[in-house]
Design a binder for this molecule. Structure first.
Ligand SMILES: Nc1nc2c(c(=O)[nH]1)N[C@H]1C(S)=C(S)[C@@H](COP(=O)(O)OP(=O)(O)OC[C@H]3O[C@@H](n4cnc5c(=O)[nH]c(N)nc54)[C@H](O)[C@@H]3O)O[C@H]1N2
Ligand SMILES: Nc1nc2c(c(=O)[nH]1)N[C@H]1C(S)=C(S)[C@@H](COP(=O)(O)OP(=O)(O)OC[C@H]3O[C@@H](n4cnc5c(=O)[nH]c(N)nc54)[C@H](O)[C@@H]3O)O[C@H]1N2
Ligand SMILES: [Mo]
Length: 758
């Protein structure tokens, strides 16, 4: 019997650590796959796994259904581009034919339009965030790799800000991952006195690198939470302080908290004197934001803001975990900047129980193959010259500009798309109808996915079938090397159809297009090479065979004090000034204010009062559901039962005023578009605010031969209310969580039942 696979009665048990697919973030899920005759039968949490300790997301309990679902794509398929939209036109082909087509199309595009005419697309952080850039730069030899979410509004802003103002990798709560044996009970572990949960719902989302339930473990041991949210989440109702903000105003709150902390002399003088650049200017700036001025903006009393600021500053240590509500804002960069400075001046950076910092800046794996591109190709990356803040730490294009280029051929044509793990018109894009138009302009669109979705049905020409996480060997690690809390082995239990993992697709495609750039003999050799990049010795097989199937490097604290935070080994931070930058000269050079400031959302009662008369609700979108990862899993019956329809939440006071009732079908609409969702009346949401679920489409509705908006995606997708091309000055942050809208009763709901037609 090995550590990683054994027999239990009729079942073969395979121990694995999860990432994607189905989508999840890399938080260390430990899973046991029970399979029989090559079929995954059921999944359990691995009780011995140190991070999740047997607990498991319901999405993994339904993994057998996800893997063996009748709608799963299990063979490569092609369709003539002139038949786009026609579901009957798909033809099963062999992998050999699929590779031949891609090679032929690539050579044609490279010759006719130049390699930059090939663009690759990716979605959220899955274990292919090294795969797609490598395919882009080394296989297609293009410079255009794109994350399809407008304003690059997720994770990238937070990670980049850390790189620019701290010279550090992503900040994370210390949840004792480095003590796998005893975790929080290890005598070396320091429990934070408080954790600020800023615009994040980690129990539902398990986001970034944080197993959400770790916060509950910490609360049980006495840690008190401060939750900042517009909705009273489970954590908010159990927090010491819940600050219920108007969506989009968070930056003002943190500036006011810094005002109190500085004016009441609650800050860490030693840290500020030694390690902070521009404190005096920052001090002057926060004078513009006393709690009394900020209170009416955010909708919370000045007394409460003051009390929370004092509590945070006096907590020893205090920690912080920030979420997506920091990024999906035009003023989000300033929000993240202020939060980091607040943690810095209270002396909580990289101390035990405080805010852990990664040693490096941004992830190196995103850049694999970039250096070898010719300079003239590198210079063509879309949006890089206009938005250096987006394109210095990250190897992608600025998303809105990428679509503008596809739509206009300006400055050059983009004619082929290779999309690995995004469902553009159902989930990540603002104004999805505009993006739909763009993709239809491309000559050839290739998708690597597990299921048919509205985007592939509309404008896909070739599909490569992808292996689920129980069908592949791989690696899971936190923050792409920016802050490594653990590294685990993903282990294959079954094979479904002809599916291949994203890494296998990369290696096979790379060997055909540009073999010298893909020197690995096989997948395992590649995975071992990847591990070495995280500083882990030995082979991938060693990791799989190890006691937990996971390694947890010890965290080095206060690296800035001894030189572990800089590239040259000098004490200090890896920034331009060598210090934590409260004043960031880079922002100034790149066209923004060097100090944080509050700016109203682009559409709000204050910035657009006329429009607000017509659309008198603040709209936030996309707080995570337990049962779905973005646009996935609508085909999985038991998950669909939890959340059968797209739901919009409204406060009872607002609903009563409009004469609406629980379960009514409503239109949510504004000056950009509308969609239809089902009303849920709930006191958890702040009065005057509406929250709509994102990423909705109806697999059961079937395709639509028009080739535009199949599967009811134009009926249900809330992103039709969010504009393309609106983002912060430096290129980050579209207003997905800070729009305005109105609501009216619809004639009725969809004329079909949720789930597959009987
Ligand atoms: N209104 C609103 N919109 C939002 C958000 C919001 O909060 N509000 N959130 C945004 C955020 S933060 C993000 S990151 C984006 C996410 O956007 P995306 O990542 O594009 O998410 P999906 O639309 O689910 O697309 C994922 C597609 O990839 C496939 N897939 C899943 N896992 C894998 C895999 O490992 N390999 C491959 N090859 N395919 C896979 C799925 O089947 C699905 O078709 O959405 C954004 N959209
Ligand atoms: N189950 C599931 N898990 C997921 C995903 C999924 O689709 N499903 N998606 C993954 C991805 S890509 C990401 S980026 C993460 C995101 O996960 P999180 O970072 O947790 O973000 P969200 O769930 O979008 O929103 C968190 C909270 O922000 C609140 N909120 C909305 N607007 C505002 C505002 O203006 N200010 C404040 N302070 N709060 C606001 C919402 O009410 C919600 O409770 O989740 C990941 N995990
Ligand atoms: Mo995301």
């Amino acid at each position: 019997m090995s550590n990683w696979q054994w027999q239990e009665g009729e079942y073969t048990v395979t121990r694995s650590c999860a990432w994607s697919p189905p989508g999840e973030h890399p938080i260390g899920w430990g899973l046991l796959f029970y399979s029989k005759n090559g079929v995954l039968h059921h999944v359990e949490g691995d009780p011995n796994q140190p991070i999740t300790q047997g607990r498991v997301s319901i999405k993994f309990l339904e993994l057998p259904e996800y893997c063996h679902n009748q709608e799963r794509i299990i063979h490569p398929m092609k369709r003539d581009p002139k038949d786009r939209g026609n579901a009957a036109a798909w033809q099963r082909i062999s992998w050999e034919e699929a590779w031949d087509i891609i090679v032929e199309k690539t050579r044609y595009m490279q010759k006719k339009y130049g390699p930059e005419s090939i663009m690759t697309l990716i979605g959220t952080g899955r274990d292919l965030w090294h795969t797609v850039p490598k395919i882009t730069f080394s296989a297609f030899e293009s410079c255009n790799f794109e994350y399809t979410h407008n304003g690059w509004s997720c994770y990238g802003p937070r990670a980049s800000i850390c790189a620019y103002i701290l010279g550090a990798g992503y900040p994370e709560v210390d949840f004792a991952s480095e003590f796998p044996e005893k975790r929080y009970d290890d005598p070396r572990y320091v429990l934070p006195e408080t954790v600020l949960v800023a615009g994040k719902a980690p129990l539902e989302s398990n986001p970034d690198g944080l197993f959400g339930h770790a916060l509950v473990d910490m609360m049980k041991r006495g840690c008190k939470l401060i939750v900042v949210d517009c909705r009273a989440t489970w954590l908010a109702t159990r927090a010491k302080y819940f600050i219920q903000v108007r969506p989009g105003t968070d930056t003002a709150l943190y500036l006011a908290m810094c005002n109190v902390i500085i004016n009441e002399d609650l800050y860490d003088h030693d840290f500020v004197e030694n390690w902070v650049y521009g404190f005096d200017e920052f001090k002057e700036r926060v004078q513009e934001y006393p709690p009394e001025v900020v209170a009416p903006i955010i909708g919370v009393s000045a007394e409460k803001i003051t009390e929370v600021a004092r509590f945070f500053a006096n907590a020893k240590p205090a920690s912080m975990t920030w979420g997506l509500a920091t990024d999906e804002k035009t003023n989000g960069l300033q929000c993240a900047h202020t939060i980091l400075i607040m943690c810095a001046i209270t002396g909580n950076l990289d101390i035990p129980g405080g805010v852990l910092l990664g040693a490096g800046g941004a992830a190196a794996s995103q850049w694999w193959g970039w250096e070898e591109l010719p300079d003239e190709t590198k210079a063509k990356r879309i949006g890089a010259a206009e938005f250096p803040a987006v394109c210095t730490t990250m190897s992608t294009c600025q998303p809105d500009r990428a679509m503008d280029t596809i739509l206009t051929d300006d400055p050059y044509p983009v004619k082929m798309i290779f999309c690995m793990s995004a469902n553009p018109i159902a989930c990540p894009t603002a104004n999805p109808r505009l993006w739909d138009k763009g993709f239809h302009r491309c000559e050839y669109n290739i998708f690597a996915d597990l299921y048919m979705n509205p985007s592939i049905a509309s404008f896909g020409d070739l599909i490569l079938p992808v292996a689920a996480l129980s069908e592949k060997d791989g690696i899971v690690s936190t923050h792409y090397g920016g802050l490594t809390l653990f590294v685990g082995a993903i282990v294959k239990a079954c094979q479904v159809g002809e599916c291949k993992s994203d890494d296998e697709i990369m290696l096979e495609l790379g060997k055909r297009l540009n073999p010298s750039k893909f020197p690995w003999a096989d997948l395992h050799e590649f995975l071992t090479w990847e591990l070495h990049g995280y500083g882990i010795e030995g082979t991938w097989e060693d990791l799989r065979d190890s006691e937990f199937g996971l390694v947890t490097p010890e965290h080095e604290f206060e690296k800035y004090a001894y030189g572990g935070q800089t590239w040259n080994g000098e004490p200090g931070f890896g920034t331009e000034t060598g210090l934590v930058e409260a004043y960031c000269d880079r922002w100034k050079r790149w066209g923004d204010d060097p100090l944080p400031y509050y700016e109203e959302p682009p559409y709000s009662p204050i910035s657009t009062p006329q429009l607000f008369k017509e659309y008198p609700f603040i709209l936030t979108t996309g707080a995570r559901s337990w049962s779905y990862f973005h646009s996935e899993q609508r085909q999985i019956p038991r998950l669909r039962e939890f959340d059968p329809w797209p739901e919009t939440e409204m406060n009872p006071v607002d609903a009563a005023r409009l004469g609406l009732e629980e379960g009514d079908w409503i239109y949510v609409f504004n000056m950009f578009g509308r969609c239809r969702q089902k009303l849920h009346i709930t006191p958890i949401i702040k009065e005057g605010v509406v929250h709509s679920k994102h990423a909705w489409w109806y697999p059961e509705k079937g395709p639509d031969d028009t080739g535009h908006g199949p599967y009811g995606v134009w009926d249900a997708n809330i992103n039709q209310l969010v504009p393309h091309g609106v983002f912060g000055k430096l290129g980050f942050g579209s207003p997905f969580k800070e729009m305005i809208c109105n609501v009216e009763k619809a004639e009725g709901g969809p004329d079909f039942e949720p789930g597959w037609p009987k």
